[in-house]
Design a protein around this ligand. Structure first.
Ligand code: FE2
Length: 248
């Protein structure tokens, strides 16, 4: 019997989450949490078209580049206060939840609204100045290989819903490495599809964009138990990440 077995259930859960995040920082992930799915045609076509049109009217909301990646991000609260609200409400509907359940066999919910990672819009583009070596900027447009931290007691499921990926590559710039093996995702048929993966266990990255390329995705965060940790250090870490990404 372990000493932690004597703890109340909630504290045992907190301890497990703390140990999980500590292991993550050391590059240790579970081989039992390497699952990913691709769900195609997520939005009904009419809603998808409405969403694309509404987002084209949003350039003034685009935030500046973050410190960890070039490109822009718009947080969910800003999105839901914009004209994109109506089509995006589909992602909070029972219809969408059932679709996810049918495709994955898991009951997942969006994380609470207070978390800006619940829903956000990410925009990636090439950097002509870097491509032409006008600047010594070396920061990549995407993110290098990494796993995410988790502040929820349940599993962390990261979703990348591609709205548009205009590149010269055959494969998506998003790459996953379940069980340490790189999965290339065909770019054809990627629009309006959701790549859902265990983001705190499956290593992932976004390859660099080159000049003229553009990629626009919705990032979703779901969990089978979206109860936020009591751990103040983990919450502080998440706030720091949010500031880098969204300036919040
Ligand atoms: Fe990530």
């Amino acid at each position: 019997m372990l000493w932690s077995d004597c703890l109340p259930p909630r504290l045992r859960e907190e301890l497990r989450l703390h140990q999980h995040n500590r292991d993550n920082r050391r590059g240790k992930v579970s081989k039992y949490a390497q699952t990913w799915f691709q769900i195609k045609d997520v939005f009904p076509q009419a809603i998808f078209s409405k969403l694309i049109v509404s987002l084209e009217r949003l350039p003034h909301l685009t935030r500046n580049e973050g410190a960890w990646r070039s490109g822009s991000a718009i947080d969910g609260r800003t999105l839901m206060a914009s004209q994109s609200r109506s089509p995006l409400l589909y992602l909070m509907s029972d219809e969408f939840a059932s679709r996810v359940r049918e495709e994955t066999g898991i009951i997942l919910s969006m994380v609470p609204e207070a978390d800006v990672n619940r829903l956000s819009l990410l925009y990636y583009s090439g950097d002509p100045e870097r491509d032409n070596r006008v600047t010594a900027r070396t920061r990549p447009d995407g993110c290098g290989w990494h796993v995410d931290g988790n502040i929820y007691l349940g599993q962390r499921w990261a979703g990348i819903l591609t709205l548009r990926e205009d590149t010269t590559d055959i494969e998506s710039k998003l790459e996953l490495k379940p069980h340490g093996e790189t999965k290339l995702i065909p770019r054809q048929g990627l629009e309006n599809s959701l790549i859902l993966f265990q983001g705190d266990h499956v290593s992932h990255r976004v390859r660099d964009m080159v000049s003229g390329e553009q990629r626009v995705v919705l990032s979703l965060l779901m969990s089978d138990n979206p109860t936020v940790t009591w751990n103040p250090w983990l919450r502080h870490y998440q706030r720091r990440v949010n500031r880098m990404f969204y300036g919040l």
